[in-house]
Design a protein around this ligand. Structure first.
Ligand code: CO
Length: 217
């Protein structure tokens, strides 16, 4: 890990290298951002969005929180998604969880975790939704990994429930919502291959927000 002082030396080296390969790099970077990806991931220090994707500055709009949750009353994630969809016009929204997620693990413990209780409640709710499947898995570690995957799936559904996402999709046929799990042990990104179109169709039976608000007469 670099020392605090080293961070600034590293930064200097990095920007010199960037300018060597492209003298206008920072001028172009400062002009605008047109990222095609919105990435919603875990705050975990081991899961760095750009690095695992091989992406550059300007490629990915990023939101990270504990256990990559998309909660409709979290103003932070709601503002990020709204801005990414309605202003940046992103083509893909990725929810990326990871195996060995401390947040998911904590939600499986019968413990009072203080301020984390309402946050991790969202994961306990995922467990409750999929209780039969999860309880049928005897191995605790496997059950934990499956909950990581199901949590990603449910957070993707939460993204698809949003008016901004539904309306943009009708207009443009994008953004497409993808569920990923990063396998820390192998370094591999696993695409859960969620069927975006069928999930959208399914949830619109209840969460259809594509109509416009009409004044009552
Ligand atoms: Co995590």
């Amino acid at each position: 890990m670099p020392s605090y002082e080293e961070v600034f030396r590293n930064n200097q080296e990095w920007l010199s290298k960037k300018k060597e390969t492209d003298p206008d790099f920072f001028e172009k970077l400062a002009a605008d951002q047109r990222p095609e990806y919105l990435y919603i991931g875990c705050s975990d220090s081991r899961v760095t969005a750009e690095e695992i994707m091989g992406a550059k500055p300007g490629d990915v709009f990023i939101h990270r929180n504990i256990a990559n949750l998309v909660n409709a009353i979290d103003l932070n994630v709601m503002a990020v998604i709204n801005y990414a969809v309605r202003h940046l016009d992103v083509k893909h929204i990725i929810v990326c969880g990871h195996y060995n997620c401390g947040g998911v693990k904590a939600a499986m413990q019968p413990k009072d975790l203080g301020i984390l209780n309402p946050w991790l409640r969202n994961i306990r709710d995922v467990y409750r939704l999929h209780m039969d499947e999860l309880n049928a898995i005897k191995d605790e570690h496997e059950r934990y990994n499956r909950l990581v995957e199901l949590n990603v799936q449910e957070q993707c559904i939460n993204v698809i429930k949003l008016a901004s996402v539904q309306q943009a999709y009708i207009r443009n046929k994008y953004p497409i919502v993808h569920g990923w799990v990063f396998d820390i042990k192998s370094g591999k990104i696993i695409d859960l291959n969620l069927d975006f179109k069928s999930i959208l169709k399914d949830i619109q039976q209840i969460y259809d927000l594509t109509g416009t608000i009409t004044e009552s007469k």
